[in-house]
Design a protein around this ligand. Structure first.
Ligand code: T3D
Length: 250
């Protein structure tokens, strides 16, 4: 039987491919466990992660043929994946094509950057089967589109095309289907050559400060750490020498 999650690393990018194409990469326990483990164990040599789906979709969300006995315990698998994504101190890019539904959309929204192909179809999907959003979507979605739009998207579960998703800010960029992988790879490689401070930038945004005062405090704390990195020194040298920086992620 094929692996439900494919992994390979190249040029500092860890590629994770959801691989249950016969069910549009719907999540079962095996896939969630594999994804959680992969995200918890990203090697230090990987300075960016790219998540994608095999076949004709990114992911159709929970495998509806494997409904859980207890939703609360089942969600521990999803929550492990989302926590690992959020805690990872390196950027994660989602390459989206075809259906991105339910928990598949939750996964995408928990990534740091979303690149979509023109054939993408996004839908929250939960209300269509009488459920509430999970895997962090009640947190991530309103932060991207505002609470009123989030309610609309969650209550009616419309199918959004690439143009609508881009307009709402659910995806960063839309590219022709034939260019999706190349574009996502190029972006991931560029991030993999970025400075150590990307991890702190991610942290500042993933866990937003509750008010201006605490934002100022946290920025000062992270800037202190970033200021001590080799990458900061390299950035300063490159500026003086009028050349692009060569960051090592340290
Ligand atoms: O469990 C919990 O803890 C709760 C968590 C819930 C989180 C969620 O993700 S809730 C939302 C779950 N997802 C959905 O409701 C989406 C269900 N799928 C669809 O509505 C449609 O498949 C799509 C709109 C995504 C795509 O439509 P289309 O026409 O392009 O493809 P299709 O023919 O419907 O699907 C192709 C095959 O994939 C098909 O199998 P078959 O007939 O060829 O043998 C279909 O049954 C299968 N498939 C699609 N989605 C799922 C699935 N099988 C299992 N689970 C799925 N989610």
């Amino acid at each position: 039987m094929a692996d439900v999650l494919l992994r390979h690393q190249d040029e500092g990018v860890l590629y994770l491919t959801l691989n249950r194409p016969e069910v549009l990469n719907a999540f079962n326990e095996e896939l969630l466990e594999a994804l959680a483990q992969a995200l918890e164990d990203v090697p230090l040599s990987a300075r960016a992660v790219l998540v994608q789906g095999s076949g004709r979709a990114f992911s159709a969300g929970q495998d509806l043929n494997e409904a859980p006995r207890s939703y609360r315990s089942h969600l521990t698998h999803y929550n492990r994946v989302i926590r690992a994504l959020s805690r990872l101190d390196r950027p994660v890019i989602a390459a989206l094509h075809g259906a991105v539904a339910g928990a598949g959309l939750s996964l995408a929204l928990a990534c740091d950057l979303r690149i979509a192909s023109e054939d993408v179809m996004l839908t929250t999907g939960f209300s269509r089967i009488g459920l509430v959003p999970d895997s962090g979507m009640s947190y991530t979605l309103p932060r991207l589109v505002g609470p009123a739009k989030a309610f609309e998207l969650l209550a009616f579960s419309p199918r959004l095309n690439a143009e609508e998703a881009l307009r709402l800010g659910l995806v960063n960029r839309v590219v022709p289907a034939a260019h999706l992988i190349a574009e996502a790879e190029a972006t991931a490689r560029e991030l993999a050559q970025g400075p150590r401070s990307l991890g702190w930038i991610k942290q500042l945004l993933q866990e937003p400060s509750p008010n201006l005062e605490s934002a100022l405090e946290r920025e000062a704390e992270f800037q202190e750490q970033a200021g001590r990195t080799e990458d900061h020194q390299e950035g300063l040298r490159a500026f003086r020498e009028k050349r692009p920086p060569r960051f090592q992620g340290r």
